[in-house]
Design a protein. Sequence first.
Length: 138
Amino acid sequence: AATRYEAESAPATCDGLIESNHAGFSGSGFCNGTNAAGAAAQFTVTAAAAGAATIAIRYANGATAGRPADVLVNGAVAHAASAFDPTGAWTSWGTKTLAVSLNAGDNIIRLSPTTADGLANIDYLETDQGGPDPNPTG
Ligand code: GCU
Ligand code: CA
């Protein structure tokens, strides 16, 4: 089962502005990072157990060039200059999934852009460690 962490909800941080002017986001807004290398969005995620997890990052990139970002887990680069390719419009949201390894308890996941264009707009990050849904609704 996946757990969603909205970019606009503490303890997440955004080196830029939380905005809501491009429709289609989840929650109450998204992180529009400052257009600069290193202007990051950061999430604190909780894992039930140490081990492999999939993260899904929902983003929009209405520019014509990619917005690559290092994905750091607890301060170490897990994926260097990971691509956040154009989605066609700032209102067109895509999802990028990556494999990571998490510690039990809290983990810091930081998206740190590697070019002067900064990040794509970031809506949320989800984590999933697999296994049965602990709270099925069906
Ligand atoms: C536009 C857009 C922003 C986006 C920015 C960018 O200003 O409205 O949402 O973050 O471009 O290029 O990063
Ligand atoms: Ca921006």
